[in-house]
Design a protein around this ligand. Structure first.
Ligand SMILES: *[C@@H]1O[C@H](CO)[C@@H](O)[C@H](O)[C@H]1NC(C)=O
Ligand SMILES: *[C@@H]1O[C@H](CO)[C@@H](O)[C@H](O)[C@H]1NC(C)=O
Ligand SMILES: *[C@@H]1O[C@H](CO)[C@@H](O)[C@H](O)[C@H]1NC(C)=O
Length: 245
């Protein structure tokens, strides 16, 4: 077994460039790599003691998982539980979240409530599949869907080529307005009153852009467009107008 010296030398350098947490993670990963060379495993973290009844039941039944969607996995994840011959839709609830850039820091509490609702859903006989998209992390995906943070998308997945119905609802991001129970109540209500039906150009399945393979290129376009500061835009515009006139 060889441990390359450059890797060892690089460690303190990497560490110097990062905060203590990343530093720790870095060392942990390195350590695990090191051990795996011997076929050993780093000790697993001790399972946390579950005393809360919801958590206990969740452990017994298997919690409703909250998937994290990305530009490369969203189609596979959403299609994952859909059977090819299924005639009833498989309902997904996707919370469009974001951090300081795309949600001004208002989404985190609601995202936490959404995550927590998964534990409650796990106790119910009927529950949606759940996922989140963080628009800070996935700007291209959010732009290609034209999705704004702070909304829930209820997506009724059916085997292709049947059209996929989507309803969207903006959640109240005020500190105490939306809790885990809000999502459970909303689902148990059983109808889509107060939701808006999505049939726009940017519909990720049925929309003309998606059907023509244009939503992702447009997603990149808007992402870059938004990232360009306005003074740079003005420079480009004045450059072009001067050259044309
Ligand atoms: C978001 O902004 C707040 C306040 O400016 C800051 O405390 C927090 O660390 C930021 N979060 C992230 C993920 O950058
Ligand atoms: C919600 O759950 C997802 C998936 O487990 C996780 O990536 C995300 O950080 C969680 N969000 C919060 C605010 O805890
Ligand atoms: C959100 O909730 C707060 C507190 O419950 C309430 O005052 C506010 O009117 C709500 N906003 C919307 C848009 O419903």
């Amino acid at each position: 077994m060889r441990l390359s010296t450059s890797a060892v030398l690089a460690l303190p350098l990497l560490a110097a460039a990062q905060g203590p947490l990343e530093q720790f993670e870095q060392y942990k990963a390195q350590f695990q790599n090191f051990l795996s060379n011997f076929g050993a495993k780093a000790p697993a973290e001790a399972p946390s003691v579950k005393t809360n009844p919801v958590q206990a039941a969740e452990a017994a039944i298997g919690a409703t998982q909250v998937d994290v969607l990305t530009l490369s996995n969203w189609k596979d994840v959403l299609n994952g539980p859909v059977k090819a011959d299924s005639t009833t839709p498989t309902e997904w609830w996707v919370f469009i979240s974001g951090g300081n850039k795309t949600c001004f820091g208002h989404c985190e509490k609601v995202e936490k409530a959404f995550n927590a609702s998964a534990a409650k859903f796990a106790l119910l006989p009927k529950a949606p599949h759940m996922a989140i998209i963080n628009c800070d992390d996935q700007p291209v995906l959010c732009n290609s869907w034209s999705a704004s943070s702070g909304t829930v998308w209820a997506i009724d997945m059916v085997p292709p080529p049947a059209p996929v119905e989507i309803y969207r609802k903006r959640m109240n991001l005020t500190a105490t307005a939306t809790t885990d129970q809000t999502f459970v109540d909303l689902y148990n209500k059983g109808d889509k009153e107060g939701w808006s039906y999505h049939d726009g150009y940017f519909h990720p399945f049925n929309g003309p852009l998606a059907k023509n393979g244009l939503s992702v290129p447009l997603g990149y376009f808007f992402y870059v467009f938004n990232a360009i500061p306005s003074w740079a835009m003005m420079l480009v515009v004045s450059f072009f107008s001067r050259n044309i006139m």
